[in-house]
Design a protein around this ligand. Structure first.
Ligand SMILES: Cc1cc2nc3c(=O)[nH]c(=O)nc-3n(C[C@H](O)[C@H](O)[C@H](O)COP(=O)(O)O)c2cc1C
Length: 344
């Protein structure tokens, strides 16, 4: 695949890919073309506040253009937010139809709406007629079953969406099992919109296998894989020089930059401790002995002890591990079923 035409998008991950992370990541690494920000949850348009919009105060974070995202089911809230964001210089607003958590889904939000194509239809009818920003959606294959995909697709195909980001699992699956590549393939051929692939890209090999399955896709969204291995976009695009010492040293610089940025933003050592522990849920996977470090630091209640353990770990020059979750793509899952008729 021609790397010039490959677009890599940083996934929205609430609690992780906030503005601080996006800025620090882009100071230390490259290869991401765009980021979708974690969702803003709005019941009503009146909830809009400076605090809610704080994570989006700038149109761009470093060099990465940011697309805001909304979680909700009130078209008026979407339109109102879109008007505010237009004034701030944004061009697109993404609608979250993928959040799998039962607390969200049972209120008919996120993936909880996927089994109600009529409600999706009514929402899109309203926002596509009145939003000053381009509208895109991030979806799963359905809430309870992939049998819901067909009706959903028929609705989406009726609207001028800027793009559709598909994570090919169903909502109730959460993150269990593997992405359904056959279903993605079907969707790719039946969708009238540019489609972004999202799900379980843990390594360059995963990316290459998926991109040979889906030659019609040029935008790829990376979530947990990028958090576990922040070099992943560089590896995929071939920017990364494969020097092992350089890898650890660059990671340490990034880590310290991240810690310093959160220290500035968060109030007090206990908040910083909680935030940095959260990051080791992702990072521990990438190092030999990372699991042992993680068990130790998880229990620590004092920031200085936590920092000492992490420093001692870095001083031991741990080896970088190839992703343990990667290598899952079976090209036989991507048999070409041909073009599906029905696009407007
Ligand atoms: C901790 C966490 C937070 C997430 N937050 C969001 C979010 O705010 N908006 C959204 O659309 N998806 C969210 N997601 C889903 C991811 O964007 C992505 O679709 C999912 O992790 C699958 O991609 P991956 O296999 O590359 O991680 C979140 C996922 C996780 C694990």
């Amino acid at each position: 695949m021609e790397m010039d035409s490959v677009m890599i998008i940083m996934a929205p991950m609430r609690g992780y890919t906030d503005r601080v992370f996006r800025e620090v990541w882009s100071r230390n690494f490259s290869g991401v073309d765009e980021a979708v920000a974690p969702f803003i949850s709005l019941q009503q348009a009146k909830d809009l506040s400076v605090k809610i919009l704080g994570d989006l105060a700038k149109k761009e974070t470093g060099s990465i253009p940011v697309v805001p995202q909304i979680l909700g089911n009130h078209p008026a809230a979407f339109i109102s937010l879109a008007c505010r964001l237009e004034d701030m210089g944004f061009r697109e607003l993404n609608w979250n139809l993928g959040c799998p958590f039962p607390m969200v889904a049972k209120k008919a939000k996120g993936s909880g709406l996927l089994c109600f194509p009529d409600r999706v239809d009514a929402f899109l009818e309203e926002v596509c007629s009145h939003s000053p920003l381009k509208v895109s959606v991030k979806i799963r294959l359905g809430r309870h079953s992939k049998d819901e995909t067909g009706a959903l697709l028929a609705v989406l195909n009726r609207y001028p969406l800027h793009r559709v980001i598909l994570h090919p699992r169903i909502g109730v699956q959460m993150y269990e099992g593997r992405p359904d590549l056959k279903a993605f393939h079907y969707f790719l051929h039946a969708s009238c919109h540019p489609l972004v692939y999202n799900g379980d890209i843990w390594s360059r090999d995963d990316f290459q296998a998926l991109s040979s399955c889906f030659s019609g896709v040029n935008s790829w969204m990376l979530g947990r894989g990028l958090l576990a291995d922040p070099f992943l976009p560089e590896r995929i695009k071939g920017i990364f020089a494969d020097k092992k010492e350089d890898e650890l040293d660059r990671f340490i610089l990034f880590y310290k930059d991240l810690e310093a940025a959160y220290q500035k933003k968060l109030s007090g050592p206990s908040h910083l401790l909680a935030r940095m522990k959260g990051w080791w849920v992702c990072f521990n996977e990438s190092f030999e002995g990372g699991d042992i470090l993680f068990k130790k630091i998880r229990k620590l209640q004092k920031l200085d002890l936590f920092q000492k353990e992490v420093q001692a770990f870095f001083d031991s020059r741990p080896a970088w591990l190839p992703s343990r979750a990667g290598g899952w793509v079976d090209p036989a899952c991507c048999i070409d079923h041909g073009r599906v008729e029905g696009c407007l």
